[in-house]
Write a protein that binds this ligand. Structure first.
Ligand code: PGA
Length: 252
């Protein structure tokens, strides 16, 4: 049985104190409500991970980072390695977010190195993929997604892929007023699941969780999450308000 997962991605928002207050309030709401079958993760800036872990360690929410270095250690000023992320108590790391692909020129082979290091360090990876608007308009999105998934993941073993969660995040829907329709999301999620099934077999294909991200909110979440290949969400803006984030968990 694959897991339902809702992960918040705070991006470069909220200072330490504000972030801890937000996490505390989400945590308290979840302790009161019986959503034990849903995995909830908060992906915060590196500077917040240790404190976040301290606040959340006795609750139901796991901690995640939003990136890690593509080298294991050494003279890489300003970088944070996967094993450092793990040492904070974090269990997850987002790799391949479109903002990193675009603003930091993170290409598929570099992301693949990060994926390996994260898995070696014992982290679970939320691996993002998604097309930009022109790729959708020109009907090239299947090809783009296939390339991202194959180059990012397909040299992993079957055991390693069991620690991967895929997030489909159409770039045109992130941070905008647009969200993909539930039909578009289902089409892509089924396609990604098929790619995994072809490569790793039916059991792995059935077990991998595929999340949707891109303007998820409590009102569109019910429809999107009702689709059979959608196993939860990677949530940006709506994870910055406890009420909205809880609303999305409720929708799942
Ligand atoms: P958004 O961001 O929910 O604000 O669109 C999603 C993401 O980038 O993960």
């Amino acid at each position: 049985m694959r897991k339902k997962i809702v992960a918040g991605n705070w991006k470069m928002n909220v200072g330490l104190m504000e972030g801890m207050a937000l996490a505390d309030s989400i945590n308290k709401s979840l302790i009161e409500k019986p959503y034990d079958e849903i995995t909830v993760v908060l992906c915060a800036p590196f500077t917040h991970l240790t404190s976040l872990y301290e606040i959340l360690k006795n609750g139901k929410i796991s901690v995640g980072a939003q990136n890690c270095a593509s080298e294991p250690s050494g003279a890489f000023t300003g970088e944070v390695s996967a094993s450092m992320v793990k040492s904070t108590g974090a269990k997850y790391v987002i790799i391949g977010h479109s903002e990193r692909r675009a603003h930091h020129r993170e290409y598929n082979s570099l992301l693949n190195e990060k994926v390996f290091l994260a898995l070696e360090s014992g982290l679970k990876v939320i691996f993002c993929c998604g097309e930009i608007l022109t790729e959708r308009a020109e009907n090239r999105y299947f090809e783009v997604l296939r390339r991202q998934v194959e180059r990012g993941l397909f040299n992993l073993t079957k055991k390693q892929i069991s620690n991967i969660i895929i997030a489909y995040e159409p770039v045109w829907a992130i941070g905008s007023d647009l969200s993909a329709t539930s039909g578009q999301v289902q089409e892509i999620h089924a396609f990604i699941r098929e790619l995994i099934t072809e490569k790793y077999g039916v059991e792995t294909g059935n077990n991998i969780s595929i999340l949707y991200g891109g303007s998820c909110n409590p009102s569109n979440a019910v429809k999107i999450f009702s689709k059979p290949d959608v196993d939860g969400g990677l949530v940006g803006r709506a994870s910055l308000k406890a009420e909205d984030f809880i609303g999305i968990i409720e929708a799942v």
